[in-house]
Design a protein around this ligand. Structure first.
Ligand code: HEM
Length: 459
C-alpha cells in the first residue's frame, strides 16, 4: 500500500465500504460489536475502508502500517484530533491529550522534562515500593478459598504509583472513589463518541446526571491534590511542582486554574488506567500460557536472584519486556487512535476527504495477517530485536506515534516491567474458571467481566 500526494486528488476514487442502514449507516454495527465489525470490514474491503452515517457524513478505517505512519508521522501536519476525540474533553478538558496546535506544543515542551530518562531513574524505587506493598498485602489472599480481582488490584497500584511519582501525593485513599467515577466517565465518553445524536450534558437526563456527578468526584480529587501541593512548589521536583512553577515569559503569570486542573486530570487518568489494563491482560495471558510464564520465571530468577528489581536491571530483563509487548499487541490498552484530516489527502491510492474522521486501530493492525503469523497466538518471541526488525514500524503502535506519541511511554514500560518483575518473582496468578474473558473496548480496552484470579506463592 502506498500513501502518496497527488495534485489531482478528486479524480481518485473514494475507499470502498459497507452501505449500512439506510438512515443510521454503519452506526448500528459499531454499537453492536465494534471490534468484530471493524475486523470484518478490513477483511472484506481492505486497508482503507469508508463508513457512512447521516449527520456524521463519513469516516474511515486505516489498518495498513504505511497508512498509519502517513497519518501519525509523515503527513501529521494535515491532521488534528478533531471532533471524534472531542467527547474526551468532557473529562480532561484541554489537557495535553486533547489540545491542539501551538497551545499543545507549549504544554508538551513544558512537561517533557518530567519524563526524561534521568528523571525516570529516580522514580524506579517509588514504583517497586508500591509493588512491594501489594506483594505484602497479597499474603492474606493465599488461602485456597481466596481470590483477587486483578483489574482492581492493578488499577489501585498504578494509581498510587502515578500519584507518588508525578504529584508527590498518596492517592491510595481515593482509589475506590476514583475507580468508580472513572468507570462511569469512561463509559459516558465512549457513549458520546459513538452516538453523535446524544443529548448534551447540561440536559439533566439520568445518564447525564450520573456522569456530571462522577466528573465532579474526579475534579474534587484533583482540586485537593493541587491544594495540598501549593505552597511547597519546586520543593519536590515532581511534575506538579513543575506545572505550578511555570511562568509566562512575557506576563510572568502562572498556569491558570482551569489549565492546571486539565493537565492534572489528564495525567492522573491517562497515566494509570492504561498501565493497569496492560498489566491485567498480561496476568491473564501468562495464566493461559504456562510455557511463557515458565520462561519469565527463569529470567527473573537468574537475573534478580531474589532481589527487588531496579532501574539498572531492566535491560537485563528482555523477556519481561517482550511479554508485556506481546500482551499489548493482543490487547492494546489504547485500542483506537483517531484523527481528522484538515485538507483532503490520499491514503493507499484512495481519496480521503478533509474534515472526515479517521480511525486507526492498534487492535486490528496488531492482528493484521500480512504482518503477524498466527496473529491470535500469544508469542513473546515476536518481540526479539531480530523479529521486530522484520516488520514495518507501524505494524505495532500501542503508544501511537509521531509528535503526539504517548508522553508516558517510557514511564509506562518501566513501571509495567518493574511491577511485573516484582510480583511474578513471588506469585503465580491462576484464572478462576467461569465467564469467558472478553475485551470491552471503551476508551481503554478493559476485560468485560472482573478478572478473578487465585494467588499461589512460587516455591
Ligand atoms: C501502557 C500504557 C499506556 C498506553 C498504551 C498509552 C497509549 C497512548 C496513546 C496511543 C497515545 C496517543 C493518542 C493519540 O495519538 O491520539 C497516548 C498519549 C498520551 N499519553 Fe499515554 N499510554 C500509556 C501510558 C501513559 C502514561 C503512564 C502517561 C502519563 C504518566 C500517559 C500520558 C499520555 C498523554 C499526556 C498523552 C497525550 C500526549 C500528547 O498528545 O502530547 N500515558 N498514550
Amino acid at each position: 500500500m502506498v500513501a502518496f500526494s497527488n495534485k489531482n486528488m478528486a479524480s481518485l476514487s473514494a475507499p470502498p465500504g459497507p452501505a449500512g442502514h439506510w438512515f443510521l449507516g454503519s452506526l448500528p454495527d459499531v454499537w453492536h460489536d465494534v471490534l468484530d465489525f471493524y475486523g470484518r470490514s478490513r477483511r472484506q474491503y481492505g486497508d482503507v475502508v469508508r463508513f457512512r452515517a447521516p449527520g456524521r457524513g463519513q469516516w474511515y478505517l486505516i489498518t495498513h502500517p504505511t497508512g498509519v505512519e502517513h497519518v501519525l508521522v509523515t503527513n501529521h501536519a494535515n491532521y488534528v484530533k478533531g471532533r471524534i476525540n472531542a467527547p474526551l474533553k468532557l473529562v480532561v478538558g484541554h489537557g495535553l491529550l486533547t489540545s491542539e496546535g501551538s497551545f499543545w506544543l507549549r504544554q508538551r515542551r513544558l512537561m517533557q522534562p518530567a519524563f526524561h530518562r534521568a528523571r525516570l531513574t529516580q522514580l524506579a524505587d517509588t514504583m517497586t515500593g508500591a509493588a512491594l506493598e501489594v506483594s505484602g498485602r497479597w499474603e492474606k489472599y493465599l488461602g485456597p478459598e481466596e481470590e483477587v480481582d486483578v483489574t482492581r488490584e492493578m488499577s489501585r497500584l498504578t494509581l498510587r504509583t502515578v500519584g507518588l511519582a508525578l504529584f508527590g501525593t498518596e492517592l491510595g485513599r481515593h482509589a475506590d472513589g476514583i475507580e468508580s467515577a472513572l468507570t462511569i466517565a469512561i463509559e459516558h465518553v465512549n457513549y458520546r463518541m459513538m452516538r453523535p445524536y446524544a443529548l448534551p450534558e447540561h440536559i439533566p437526563t439520568q445518564r447525564n446526571r450520573r456522569f456530571v456527578h462522577a466528573r465532579w468526584a474526579l475534579e474534587s480529587v484533583v482540586r485537593q491534590l493541587i491544594k495540598q501541593h501549593e505552597g511547597r512548589d519546586g520543593e519536590k521536583g515532581d511534575l506538579l511542582a513543575l506545572l505550578l512553577g511555570v511562568r509566562d515569559e512575557e506576563t510572568g503569570e502562572g498556569m491558570n486554574r482551569r489549565q492546571l486542573r486539565d493537565e492534572v486530570m489528564t495525567l492522573m487518568l491517562a497515566g494509570h488506567e492504561t498501565v493497569a489494563m496492560a498489566l491485567s491482560w498480561t496476568w491473564y495471558l501468562l495464566s493461559m500460557h504456562p510455557d511463557a510464564e515458565r520462561q519469565l520465571h527463569e529470567e527473573l530468577d537468574s537475573i534478580l536472584n531474589g532481589h527487588t528489581p531496579t532501574f539498572d536491571d531492566l535491560p537485563n530483563l528482555p523477556y519481561t519486556r517482550m511479554v508485556l509487548e506481546e500482551s499489548m499487541r493482543l490487547y492494546p490498552p489504547a485500542w483506537a487512535v483517531s484523527r481528522q484530516p484538515v485538507a483532503d489527502d490520499v491514503i493507499g491510492g484512495y481519496h480521503i476527504k478533509g474534515g472526515s474522521p479517521l480511525m486507526m486501530l492498534p487492535f486490528i493492525t496488531h492482528r493484521h495477517p500480512e504482518f503477524w503469523d498466527n496473529p491470535e497466538d500469544f508469542d513473546p518471541e515476536r518481540f526479539t530485536a531480530e523479529n521486530a526488525a522484520k516488520r514495518p514500524k507501524y505494524a505495532y503502535f500501542p503508544f501511537g506515534g509521531g509528535p503526539r506519541l504517548c508522553i508516558g511511554r517510557d514511564f509506562a514500560m518501566m513501571e509495567a516491567q518493574l511491577i511485573l518483575a516484582t510480583l511474578a518473582q513471588r506469585y503465580r496468578l491462576q484464572l478462576v474458571p467461569g465467564k469467558d474473558v472478553l475485551p470491552l473496548p471503551l476508551i481503554t480496552m478493559r476485560p468485560l467481566h472482573k478478572l478473578k484470579m487465585k494467588l499461589a506463592e512460587r516455591g
